[in-house]
Design a protein around this ligand. Structure first.
Ligand code: PXP
Length: 244
């Protein structure tokens, strides 16, 4: 079966925030993404509010007709926000103010008690909980012990690899992590840095049910429109998955 596509619309908000304007609106982008076939809308409400704003989260909760996945830091402030807004899913991500984007996975193994507590609090509100982790079997096991239902595998190192040997090695780490997670009964998603050139080999991994892709889709949407950019990515993932 073809994997689901979560479209991350953060960078539509980035374009708005560079001018502190009212447009382009990530809410409009999300509607067009759904028309193009998005299975989910994903946003990251960062502590510094550099792109998505609290208003975007609230309005998207009212307007998204598929599913809303909120990426967030594992903090009390964000848990409170999640309780108020009730996204369908929360993806816990590490967050550092100085980073350009989320640079590594969550250390589910190192912060075990803290993560487990936050997972439980969110699950108690009937929110599905995903942990964004590096493709590392120890982190997969830690996510399982923390009682998350989903892991999202950080594909950044695979995407950054330039030499074919490095790409193969990084892809193999993703395969191992995905298989380990599936054996433990975790649902598996993947994302970060994926684009129209590098996503297909990851889509061929049978255990990965969902992709969350933002920058590449928004960048293409600027040139060809959001519906088309999403449709093309869906087709590409389906073609990659056809070889599973
Ligand atoms: N998944 C997670 C957990 C992320 O933090 C991000 C970046 O916000 C993405 C997916 C999407 O990454 P990209 O914008 O590189 O496609």
């Amino acid at each position: 079966m073809a994997p689901r596509l979560g479209v991350n619309v953060d960078h539509v908000a980035t374009l708005r925030q560079v001018r502190r304007a009212t447009y382009p609106d990530p809410v409009a982008a999300a509607q067009l993404a759904e028309l193009g076939g998005a299975d989910q809308i994903t946003i990251h409400l960062r502590e510094d509010r550099r792109h998505i704003q609290d208003r975007d989260l609230r309005v998207l909760r009212q307007t998204v007709t598929t599913r809303l996945n909120l990426e967030m830091a594992a903090t009390a402030e964000m848990v409170k926000t999640a309780y108020e807004v009730k996204p369908d899913e929360c993806t816990l991500v590490p967050e550092r103010r100085e980073e350009l984007t989320t640079e590594g996975g969550l250390d589910a193994a190192g912060q075990r008690d803290h993560i487990r507590k936050i997972v439980k609090t969110l699950r108690d509100a009937d929110i599905l909980v995903s942990l964004f982790i590096d493709p590392d079997v120890d982190q997969v096991r830690a996510a399982h012990r923390a009682e998350a239902q989903v892991i999202e595998i950080h594909t950044g190192r695979y995407c950054d690899a330039r030499l074919p040997g490095d790409q193969r090695r990084e892809l193999a780490r993703i395969v191992d992590a995905a298989k380990a997670a599936a054996r433990l009964g975790l649902a598996v998603a993947a994302g970060h840095g994926l684009n129209y050139r590098n996503a297909a080999p990851v889509a061929a991994i049978a255990e990965i049910e969902e992709f969350n892709i933002g920058h590449a889709i928004v960048a293409r949407a600027v040139l060809v429109g959001m519906e088309r950019a999403v449709r093309e990515m869906k087709e590409l993932l389906a073609a990659g998955a056809a070889g599973r």
